[in-house]
Design a protein around this ligand. Sequence first.
Ligand code: NAG
Ligand code: NAG
Ligand code: NAG
Ligand code: NAG
Length: 403
Amino acid sequence: MAKLGSIGRRACSGLVRKKNETMSLIITTTIGVAVGFLIGISFPTLNPTKLRFPSSNISCIEDRNTGLMLLNHALTSRNHNGNNSKDFNDTLKIYVPTKPRGVERLPPGIIVSESDFYLRRLWGNPDEDLTIKQKYLVAFTVGYDQKKMIDAAVKKFSENFTILLFHYDGRTSEWDEFEWSKRAIHVSARKQTKWWYAKRFLHPDIVAPYDYIFIWDEDLGVEHFNAEEYIKLVKKHGLEISQPGLLQNTGFITWQMARRREDSEVHKETEERPGQCPDPHLPPCAAFVEIMAPVFSRDAWRCVWHMIQNDLVHGWGIDFALRKCLEPAHEKIGVVDSQWIVHQVVPSLGNQGQAANGKPPWQGVRERCRKEWWMFQKRMADAEIAYCKAMGIPPPNMIAFRQ
Ligand SMILES: *[C@@H]1O[C@H](CO)[C@@H](O)[C@H](O)[C@H]1NC(C)=O
Ligand SMILES: *[C@@H]1O[C@H](CO)[C@@H](O)[C@H](O)[C@H]1NC(C)=O
Ligand SMILES: *[C@@H]1O[C@H](CO)[C@@H](O)[C@H](O)[C@H]1NC(C)=O
Ligand SMILES: *[C@@H]1O[C@H](CO)[C@@H](O)[C@H](O)[C@H]1NC(C)=O
């Protein structure tokens, strides 16, 4: 309270200063806000008092399947027989102060920490700008060559969706041949990947008004898909991270989990080849969707956005780690079978690599994907080990990486 008072006084005293000082106060504040916003984005502050472990036998264990150490899982298993569920929930959370850092000079009432993609007009009353506040967002990463597929896909999303196109080929105005293009947001940056755009343009505070966020590839056949129906099912089955079931029309092999089933609305687990899933509640048999057509709830996206690494642009490995954002993950991640899509497997961005040493462009891209996958796994494991050590929990004695 005392702190609030002094902030309030400082903000108010600025108003009666001489003009010059007021100006410099405004400038400092503006810079403060910008810096604070950036810091807030990059370093959510840990509040050590909230990060306490109940004194019991938690240990960090290794995930036999992925080689990732599984802090969440250790906590979950304990949850089943233990009595401290509330404590366990607390330990899984990292708290961010409600007032962003860097805006201490501003009175709380003026702070707007969230935004949206709603298009406004340049005249009239701001209150009356919006005829509809869309509750859902769909973002496609596109090249103009795939315009037919994207046109068909966008038409499956009602007026309740904000449409966002990330253009990796620099062609944006051509899309105006489609009526819907005028209400879409177009972001253009050459030869970047879906996760590169998502990290930069879908910050959780920017997409805060949207209940669900679709982050989709461009080569998906949507004939049997309806977005409003899809959302009804996702709500009904409590899915925080999901994807539509996938029908493969090429020889390209996918995980069983993503495959569309004909006999169900939704599935949350599956069976793989023998030996693939020592734990049926872990990927690739559960708690897992592929990254070509994921759908996130607002809360799930807030977590996943923070997990996306700035430099690892292909997103490989994130699919296996999504479950770290949810608890219990095998109940909140699933595949919607009755609204399904077809993966067309069109070579697109992969062809925008660079030919080198006699190798075709796509090969360099593929190698980078694999490298990133390994780097992501290592970073996750290192972070969890460091966290365990900091919390005084015995770290695992062996971590093996699957290449
Ligand atoms: C911790 O584990 C040890 C050995 O596994 C067991 O003897 C002990 O009772 C456990 N303590 C608690 C609090 O569960
Ligand atoms: C949980 O703890 C309460 C008291 O704290 C106890 O009465 C209850 O039996 C415990 N439940 C289990 C499942 O151990
Ligand atoms: C843990 O928190 C989640 C949501 O934050 C809630 O749905 C769940 O019921 C909680 N679990 C327990 C055991 O309190
Ligand atoms: C859009 O959302 C509103 C409110 O939820 C709903 O009544 C309407 O049916 C939705 N539009 C479509 C095309 O489903």
